[in-house]
Design a protein around this ligand. Structure first.
Ligand SMILES: [Zn+2]
Length: 286
């Protein structure tokens, strides 16, 4: 069944910013008649926090955000990413890069030092070649996008030196799955989308439609995240939390219990109502 998806990293509990994105993605999928899939983007093993996955699942359920089908994990899909990487190798689109971080520090785009290193080298990252073609797509919230990867990032990493598949690679393979037709996520990820589209195009995968929604910011204007000290959502107050998120999404709800409130929001959701600007929100009193 065609689906939208929510793909948190299990690096900590849900916070208000991730609950807001989860709710928007959930409502959008339901309003479009799609299934809502849940996937843990858990490849960066050292960043995963023990217990975070179970805690996120519990929070979603407590907030009435029930997902469809089995929970997917990127860590269980390594053979798919490897097969995709081999497809890129066969197209001669990849090369082995031994540049140090320091050597690349002064260059905003990859300068192409290792482009001719096409035979395997140990202790090297694997990069995919980009070209000068313009990548265009229409984002449902942010509008028409046009990027040239050679001018913005250059050849980028698809498998890291430490052996982990890069976010761009894994996400392209997973979101390029023909059943995922809608990807709603925070606009902080908008700049990564052309890289995923590039990998999807090389692999012949169908691209989903994207909607990059504003993110919730704290009083300092920083996106709420674990790094900016976002407090975990309080599972004791799901109704108030969903009410706050709906209000931030431009759907201030009437006085309803949790499940009827979500049903109310499903019937009123439309992506065209979402604004472009990030919203300041501070869940702490005072
Ligand atoms: Zn290099």
């Amino acid at each position: 069944m065609a689906a939208g998806r929510f793909a948190p990293s299990p690096t900590g509990p849900l916070h208000i910013g991730s609950l807001y994105t989860a709710l928007a993605s959930f409502l959008d999928a339901h309003a479009e008649g799609l299934a809502w899939r849940l996937r843990f983007d858990d490849l960066d093993e050292p960043r995963n926090q023990p217990g975070a996955e179970a805690r996120i699942l519990r929070s979603l359920e407590t907030h009435g955000l029930h997902w469809d089908g089995a929970v997917a994990r990127q860590s269980e899909r390594l053979d798919r990413y490897q097969a995709a990487l081999e497809t890129l190798h066969r197209q001669a689109k990849t090369f082995y890069c031994t540049c140090s971080r320091k050597a690349l520090a002064d260059s905003p785009t990859y300068p192409g030092h290792c482009r001719e290193r096409i035979t395997p080298i140990s202790n090297a990252a694997i990069r995919v070649r980009v070209d000068g073609a313009a990548l265009e797509f229409t984002d449902l919230v942010q509008g028409r996008q046009r990027t040239r990867l050679d001018r913005t990032v250059g050849d980028f990493i698809v498998k890291r030196r430490d052996g982990l598949f890069a976010y761009q690679m894994a996400t392209a393979v997973d979101d390029g799955n023909s059943s995922i037709i809608r990807v709603l996520r925070g606009r902080d990820l908008l700049a990564t989308t052309p890289r995923q589209l590039h990998v999807m195009a090389l692999l012949g995968l169908p691209a989903p439609t994207y909607a990059h929604i504003p993110v919730l910011a704290n009083r300092a204007g920083e996106k709420w995240s674990k790094q900016t000290g976002a407090p975990p959502v309080n599972d004791q107050t799901p109704q108030a939390n969903i009410r706050a998120c709906l209000t931030l999404l431009g759907l201030p709800p009437p006085d309803l219990d949790l499940e009827p409130m979500i049903e109310w929001a499903k019937s009123r959701w439309h992506i065209s109502r979402i604004g472009h600007q990030d919203q300041a929100f501070d869940p702490r009193p005072g």
